[in-house]
Design a protein around this ligand. Sequence first.
Ligand code: CMC
Length: 436
Amino acid sequence: MNVHDNKPAANAPAPATITVDGKQVTLPVRSGSIGPNVIDVGALYKETGNFTYDPGFTSTANCSSSITYIDGDKGELLYRGYPIDQLADNTNFLAVCYLLLHGELPNNAEFINFRKTITNHTMVHEQMTRFFTGYRRDAHPMAVMVGTVGALSSFYHDSTDINDPRQREIASHRMIAKMPTIAAMAYKYSMGHPFIYPRNDLDYTSNFLQMCFAVPCEPYVVNPILSRALDRIFILHADHEQNASTSTVRLAGSSGANPFACISAGIACLWGPAHGGANEAALNMLKEIGTVDKVPEYVKKAKDKTSGFRLMGFGHRVYKNYDPRAKVMQKTCHEVLEATGAKDDPLLKVAIELERIALQDDYFIEKKLYPNIDFYSGITLRAMGFPVEMFTVLFAVARTVGWIAQWKEMIEDPEQRIGRPRQLYIGKPRRDFPAA
Ligand code: CMC
């Protein structure tokens, strides 16, 4: 079955048959370019009166997509076909944004033009600064992000018509350009510092660093090693297939909601500790372990089901091999600690020893538990000077392009309809209101 035109392809896989209440139903099987086939159950209810049941969507593909591919067994992550480590080594975040949005890497002229467009959108409406004074100083920056990004739709009416491709494009550019500005404002507000305006002479990531760490009373020079490292961290987080926040953006967008509202919904979902918050948990765990000699004790505890303790930054729903992002993150971590004079950080020593011991341990080998991206990212971001509350915000800045690319793909996909799951009802059957 061809995914887009519903006509059977020449090499289409054999259909699946399922028997429900003695009735045999044939369901088409679709193939992607790589990865598992999918059984198209769209006609199941009509044919049998039954729904499928899959809480957590562990066996359910919700869309067809050509943006990102993960092979969890191999430990491979591809953006538009390119392996993540090659992108992290050879290009920059803004070029990756272009790749995710347009499907191909930009040539020189395309890159210059794209960079110019994005930098032209980095400022936010001046009136937005007044929003911030309404938030409590001690508000979590993710709370500020959810509110402020949602409020963008009240300022940029000219890019909320989702049926106009040009408006969709402008909204995408605005979102990628303004997210670092809003994130830096959230950070500055929490510190009681004045906001620092964007500088369009700097590259995307250097500009973000200066908006976070510069102050008006003295010059600030961006450390190119830190800027490159953060740029790479942004590349690693840019997209990750149909994860919880991306699915949230798609679901919100399926009703026709405007893109700013959809991204705000994605940020809210990312905030949860099971999604964007794990790097903070991994850092706290390393702090709790404290010294290398305590590592065996904690590995033992992680294997003991009654302890309720897990090695944070280890294991993944999809990766049953080393998370390819974790490999790049480990290298980046060493570079950042070296550049910031923190290479003797005791937490790094604990992390290296923990990884060494766990990777040799039968429990972790048998369960295919490997370090994930969050294992080294907390140490790295902390060394750059970010407080833990900002970790998930940085994730949101980077993931915005993935959300936007997936949202655009969904709007442009003729197969997509409003997302409307069904349920297995287990409540009271119909009953009459008690007579007076
Ligand atoms: N430490 C110790 N044991 C573990 C761990 C761990 N970190 N992770 C999984 N296990 C065990 C688990 O107890 C279970 O054992 P058994 O089969 O004997 O019951 C088995 O491995 C499978 O675990 P699961 O919880 O069924 O696997 P899952 O796919 O539902 O969960 C996970 C994946 C990421 C939630 C889990 O590995 C975990 O809790 N890891 C720690 C938290 C973490 O680092 N999260 C960040 C994920 S990467 C972020 C992103 O990509 O967005």
